[in-house]
Structure formats: C-alpha cells, structure tokens
Design a protein around this ligand. Structure first.
Ligand code: GTP
Ligand code: SPV
Ligand code: MN
Length: 587
C-alpha cells in the first residue's frame, strides 16, 4: 500500500476481494511506469509500435469491433429516486444495479493485474479540482488516463486523508454488450463500468466523472460542469476574451478550440484552454471562471488535417495513442481526410485496405489521445488555478436546416432556453443511427447526471447570481444548400463568427432582432477574403418563421416530457417565443 488514506485503503481491499486480481499495482504516473506498460502491451499485441522515426513515442491500438463508441442505451444513472435521474437518463435502483454488478465483477480480474489509478481533474493546485480513483484491469486505460489527467502520486498527495474522492471501478470484462454496464451512482459519487475498454466508457475521469458525477456535485455546490471547449481570442489591439462552446460529440469542439487565425485574421491570437469539458464558477469579481479538468485531448481523427486543424495535427505528432485509425505499410497512422490515401494500408479492423475498398479505412469514431501541452496554441493559463474569465457561452449543433449560422440570446434566461432546445444530428461518437436530429440540451444529453428539468433550473439560477454573467449565443457551422453541400466554409473561418460574438459582448457589433434573437446585420459579419457570396450569406443568416413555428411544436413536446418538474421560467420562454413568432407571421 502506498497510502495512509484509510477510506481509500478499505475500498481497494473491498474491490480486490470482489474482483480477485493476481496482483495490485498502484500507479505513480511516472514516465517509467508509462513506458513499461506500453512495452508490455506491445509484447502481448494490445498495442502496435508506430513508425518511431516519423511518429516518435506514438502507439496504435485496435479495439474490439463491437466496442468502438459510447453506448448510451447501456449507460445508467442510478439515483435513489427515478425522478432524480429524469426522462433524459436510463435509470435503475442502486441496490438492484449493485446486485447485477457485483455478480458481473465477481472474479473478473482473476489472473490479471488490478491497477489503482489516482487522478486529479483540473490543475493540481486549483481549489476547484477534484480527485478520483479509477480501479481498472486495462493497461490501455492506464496509459490513456496518464495523458488525459494529472495522474499518479500528485493526485494521491492532493487527496491526503480526505474521503472526498470519486470511486470509479472499471473492468474490460468479456466485451459482450449483453454484459456491458456504464453505471453511475450520483449520491455516493461512484462509477461502475464493465464490458467496454473504449473511450468515454472506460476512461472514467472524462465523461463519467467530469460530467455525469460532477454535474450533480456542481448542482449541489453551486457551480457548473459542462461539455464545453474553452478558447481565448486576442485582437490585434491586444484585448483578450475567453469563450466556452457546447457542441454535441463530433460536432466541432476540438476544431474550434485549436483554431489558428490566418488570412485577414493573421494579427489575431487564439489560445486553447480546453477542447471538451469546462468546470465553471463565479469569482469574487462576479465573472464566471472556467478550468479545463483534463490534461489531454481524446479527439476525433477523421477529418483532422493540416488544412482543417493544424493545431491538433501538431499535438498528435509525438507521444500519442491512436485508436481504430488505419495503419500504412510503413507503420504510420492514417485516416480519411488526413492526406492523399495510401495505395495500401491495414484498416481499423486489421484487414487489408486500398483506396478501391468500399469501407472506410479508419472507423468514423477513431481517436487520438494527445497531451494538451503539445498543442502549439495551448494557453499559458492552462494550469492556472483560477482558470479564465468567460465572456460568452456558445451553443451549437449539426443542423442542415433551420438554425442560422449565428444568433444571440435576448438575455440569460432566453439563452438557457436556446441551449436547452439545441438539437443536432447524431454522430458516430455513440453507437446507433447517425444523422437523426435529436434534442441535445447544452450538448449534455448523454452526460447530465440528473433530471434535465432540475438542470435547466440550475442554469437559470446561475445567471441571477451576477450582472457580469456571460452573454449567450447559438451557432451552426453545418447548414447545407439544396445540393447537400455545406454552405459555410467552417473550421478556421469560424473566427469571423467569434469576432462578431465578442463585439456583441462589448456592446458593439451590428445586429438585427428576429423572433429567435439577434442575428448579424448585413455587413455585420466580416466576409473579407471569403468565397461565400452575398446570397449565400443572406441564406446562412436567414430566420424562417415557418420553420421555427414547426420547431416550436417539437419544443413543447420536449418540455412536456418533464411534467411539473420543468421550471415555469422555461415555459415563459416558450410562450414568449411563440408570441414573437406569431407577431411576425401576422405582419
Ligand atoms: P467529441 O470529441 O466527440 O466531443 O467531438 P468534438 O465536438 O470535439 O468534434 P471535432 O472538433 O472533433 O469535430 C468532429 C467532426 O466535425 C470532424 O470530422 C470535423 O472535421 C468536423 N468539423 C469540425 N468543425 C467543422 C466546421 O466548422 N465545419 C464542418 N463542415 N465540419 C467541421
Ligand atoms: C464524446 O463522445 O463526446 C467524446 C468521446 O468526447 S468519449 O470520451 O468517448 O466520450
Ligand atoms: Mn466530447
């Protein structure tokens, strides 16, 4: 044992008694430990060494083809009361779930090593950071946790003798989806995950702890845990603003977070604080401050290239782990969109692949795990104990139609309503159908650890705490024309929309009021040097009252799902929107 923490020691003993491992390894988080684990996995075939000349320190892992994404239908929030989990979550009574899980975990680590992984979510020196302990039988999880969190001795030291830590128990199990459970016990701050070795199902610090459990802690303690990137932008005049943006999985957070200004924006500076999760609280100055609880990026590989996201590409060139991408004959990682396809490669399933193959070389949810400090535009505030002050919240989604490129909320409560009603087409980040529009409030549908009705009430209450709360916006990079082509160039050009957003935060920027909020006035968005013509810009910013009236029906249906628990303020917003839409239709 390497701890004097009796609560921790007792829990480790209890888990070892249940899972019956051959040995227990306490992770110190050192480079030597990481290297040894990698070497062990290369030896047993779990990892493949990539071309060390071109990709120093990079390794490759192929997961089970049945285990390549989050599994929302097997993810449970086991609060004592069903109503506390809400219609937005799968629920099972804690006692019932524990009975199933104890049976699944019984002896599951027999003959294997049980790793104890202490980790800290957030800068170790930050009073807002939280310690968790993940127990796992997967060395792949351990090395990923080393990149994604402040892991090892530093976390154990921060914890000291405190009993305040999230208990995460993970086993890869037999990977049979019939025996896969990603279970959360919000009241006791526990996570039990079995049957998957993949991403958000297995790296418990990320979605399970930093969002599902943390969202409940945040509600209880008056702060916020959100599925948001954190980005800083400094104008040529030297003024810096930080924004947070909540987009659903695989909808552009990592790309926006690492934006590198170019062309007419070459004089601007962008910095990345985080690409997936933000923890926010009010500072003494009345502003909302955000920290990134993670220390690495678990990013979508397909589509990432020198053109679309040079910042990400530079981050992942060394010391990174690739999961389910393709591998070229000279052992380089490859995925659709990276470069010209190689003449021959091995695909994510291990089969021979050529450009003539009918299947994708890389899985659409294939990922890179890269240390955040390798990002060329990482913020010098990345490790700041207090984080950074936020000027704007940006909600968004993937919508072919209806949602304009950008619009601004009329006030905080309206902004909460806009975030709550955000909808998006589903992606490969979770199993199930892709491209189906579903409501994804604040991009938290898969990640909110409690009833959305209470979550919206919490959001409403946070705005009332300060007159310096962030301004709120909604964006959509994914609007398509009649031919099915994206109308907005996106990626680096999204800085044009950020510029308008920041100018609005300063009380500047030209806007016109529509029933859904403010949109940029003609000429309000800088289109200098852009190929997009005037007619396309007009269409991108168009608010069609008819389409929004149809949208209103879906919003009502969604609000009703929550019965009496839905805050009255949300219904007030619904009725106000309905009236604004009726008054333009009557004109
Ligand atoms: P998670 O890690 O799953 O939470 O995803 P994310 O929100 O970080 O998404 P990411 O930035 O990785 O982008 C996902 C996909 O969207 C990639 O294939 C990108 O190429 C694509 N994408 C990102 N930004 C844009 C954009 O501005 N326009 C278009 N058309 N596609 C984009
Ligand atoms: C997401 O799906 O939003 C991710 C990847 O960021 S995972 O860690 O698998 O949740
Ligand atoms: Mn995510």
């Amino acid at each position: 044992m390497t701890t004097t923490n009796q609560a921790l020691e007792a829990w480790i003993d209890e888990v070892a008694l249940l899972t019956k491992p051959a040995s227990v390894h306490w992770c110190d988080g050192s480079q030597e430990e990481y290297d040894a684990l990698i070497a062990g996995m290369v030896a047993d075939g779990t990892m493949e060494e990539l071309n060390q000349e071109k990709w120093p320190g990079c390794y490759y892992h192929r997961s089970d083809p049945q285990d390549v994404a989050r599994v929302e239908h097997l993810t449970f929030i086991c609060s004592e009361k069903k109503g506390d989990a809400g219609p937005n979550n799968n629920w099972m009574a804690p006692a019932e779930m524990k009975t199933i899980l104890r049976n699944e975990f019984d002896g599951c680590m027999a003959g294997r090593t049980m790793y104890v992984v202490p980790y800290c979510m957030g800068p170790v020196a930050s009073p807002y950071s939280k310690v968790g302990i993940e127990i796992t039988d997967s060395p792949y999880v351990v090395v990923n946790m080393k990149i994604m969190t402040r892991m090892g001795t530093q976390a154990l030291q921060k914890l000291g003798d405190s009993t305040d830590f999230v208990r995460g128990l993970h086993s890869t199990g037999n990977l049979d989806p019939e025996h896969r459970y990603i279970s959360h016990f919000p009241e006791t701050r526990e996570i039990w995950s079995i049957g998957s070795g993949y991403g958000g199902n297995a790296l418990l610090g990320k979605k399970c702890h930093a969002l599902r459990i943390a969202s409940v802690q945040a509600r209880d303690e008056g702060w916020m845990a959100e599925h948001m990137l954190i980005l800083g932008l400094t104008s040529p005049a030297g003024e810096t603003h930080y924004v947070c943006a909540a987009f659903p999985s695989a909808c552009g957070k990592t790309n926006l977070a690492m934006l590198i200004p170019s062309g007419p924006y070459a004089g601007w500076k962008a910095e990345c604080v985080g690409d997936d999760i933000a923890w926010l609280r009010y500072g003494d100055d009345g502003r909302l401050w955000a920290i990134n609880p993670e220390s690495g990026f678990f990013g979508v590989a397909p589509g990432t290239s020198e053109n679309t996201n040079p910042g990400a590409l530079q981050s992942l060139k060394t010391n990174s782990i690739f999961t389910n991408v393709a591998v070229t004959d000279d052992k380089q990682p490859w995925w659709e969109g990276l470069s010209e396809p190689p003449a021959h490669a091995t695909d994510w399933k291990g089969n021979a692949w050529t450009p003539a193959s009918k299947t994708a070389a890389a899985h659409p949810n294939s990922r890179f795990t890269a240390p955040a400090q390798q990002c060329p535009v990482i913020s010098d505030k990345f490790d700041a104990a207090d984080g950074v002050p936020i000027s704007a919240f940006i909600f968004g989604g993937r919508r072919e139609r209806t949602a304009p490129l950008v619009f601004e909320a009329l006030d905080w409560n309206h902004g909460v309503y806009i975030g709550a009603m955000a909808a998006s087409e589903t992606t490969a980040a979770a199993t199930g159908a892709v491209g189906v529009v579903r409501r994804d409030p604040m991009a938290m549908k898969p990640f909110c650890g409690y009833n959305f009705a209470d979550y919206f009430a919490h959001w409403m209450s946070m705005g009332g705490k300060s007159d310096k709360a962030p301004k709120m916006f909604h964006v959509n990079w994914f609007r398509k024309d009649a031919a099915g082509k994206f109308m907005w160039p996106g990626f680096g050009e999204n800085i044009r929309v950020l510029e308008w957003i920041i100018s609005r935060c300063k009380g500047e920027g030209d806007a016109v009021e529509t029933p859904i909020g403010f949109v940029p006035a003609e000429g309000g968005l800088n289109t200098e040097g852009l190929d997009t013509d005037g007619a396309t810009m007009t269409e991108l910013l168009d608010v069609d009252p008819e389409a929004w009236t149809a949208e209103l029906a879906g919003q009502k249906e969604f609000l009703e799902t929550f019965g009496d628990r839905m805050p009255k303020e949300m219904w007030d917003q619904y009725h106000a929107l309905q009236e604004r839409l009726q008054s333009v239709s009557a004109r």
